[in-house]
Design a protein around this ligand. Structure first.
Ligand SMILES: Nc1ncnc2c1ncn2[C@@H]1O[C@H](COP(=O)(O)OP(=O)(O)OP(=O)(O)O)[C@@H](O)[C@H]1O
Length: 293
């Protein structure tokens, strides 16, 4: 079931949170929803779920708005924040309450508790749960209806490295099963290995969307060679962009290492070193979103 967001716009008084935002999320993949703090990720997810009314625009799940879905909790599961637990309830009580509201049985409560690791602390009151445990409990709650779509707002917050690795594996399995997963984060590194696609926003507007690998598009090749002057001139003559960070060093844009090596051989240039320079996704992200705040 695909998600389609079309022209979503929302202002809170003088604060414009989201402006004419459109993107799609495909079934069978994990899509990262990225943007710095305050970019409008939570507001967008809330609008998608009908919790915040957009000034204009729509969000649909398989063609239907959330409010028009015949059985919303069995179609879309959401983890928006890990507040909203009754402090005196145990984790299991919490799941039971939500299971009753959605019309799901005890067997499903036990299943989601096992799937998410909640079983290990099911008897503890929610008041004393750690942040990571709350995240797992929220995820378990979202999964009660075995939904086709999952919307997760910063689900890795508070998870330790083991928890993040678990979440990555867990979400990838769900996606491999044909589900549609949108997961927000302000830290690219957290979802770099979870997501196949990304939607990047800044100041409530779309910056870019596409496969994660597309973000790496700006790789360059760094070469150290004796005849740098001549090699640079010959490359530039054939329209290649070349920088010269040091006299013996060239940074070449738009060619693979193999293409650079072939060009060097054909011009009789001896390469002393050749390296593919790839920006980390974090650098790409900071560049796309205008730097850290
Ligand atoms: N209920 C509200 N009333 C007023 N302003 C709001 C409200 N909710 C969000 N905003 C503002 O809208 C903008 C977008 O906030 P939002 O929480 O959607 O961003 P975010 O990308 O989820 O940020 P973060 O990564 O920090 O969670 C911010 O400027 C925020 O202050």
């Amino acid at each position: 079931m695909n998600i389609e967001v079309r022209g979503l716009t929302k202002a809170f008084g003088p604060i414009t949170a989201v402006t004419d935002l459109s993107f799609e999320v495909e079934a069978g993949s994990v899509t990262g929803f990225l943007g710095p703090n305050g970019a409008g990720k939570s507001t967008t997810m809330r609008m998608m779920l009908g919790l915040v009314a957009p000034a204009s625009g729509t969000a649909t799940f398989g063609g239907d708005r959330y409010a028009d879905l015949p059985h919303p909790s069995a179609t879309v599961g959401a983890v928006l924040d890990s507040a909203g637990f009754h402090p005196a309830h145990t984790a299991r009580d919490h799941l039971r309450v939500y299971a009753r509201m959605g019309g799901y049985g005890t067997a499903r409560v036990n299943q989601v508790a096992d799937l998410t690791g909640v079983s290990a602390f099911a008897g503890r009151t929610t008041r004393i749960l750690s942040t990571g445990m709350r995240q797992r409990l929220s995820l378990a709650t979202a999964l009660l209806g075995d939904p086709q779509v999952l919307l997760l707002d910063e689900p890795s917050n508070g998870l330790d490295p083991e928890g993040i690795a678990w979440l990555r594996y867990f979400l990838r399995e769900l996606a491999a099963d044909g589900r549609t997963i949108l997961i927000s984060s302000h830290v690219l590194g957290k979802i770099e290995h979870m997501a196949d696609h990304v939607v990047v926003i800044r100041d409530g507007r779309l910056v870019t969307t596409g496969p994660v690998t597309g973000l790496y598009g700006s790789a360059t090749v760094l070469v150290r060679c004796a005849q740098a002057d001549r090699f640079a001139a010959e490359l530039m003559e054939s329209g290649v962009q070349v920088e010269r960070p040091r006299p013996d060093l060239l940074r070449i844009h738009g060619l693979s290492t193999a293409q650079v090596a072939t060009a060097a051989a054909s011009h009789g240039v001896t390469l002393r070193e050749i390296t593919r320079e790839q920006p980390t996704l974090e650098q790409v992200f900071l560049h796309l979103t205008g730097g850290s705040r």
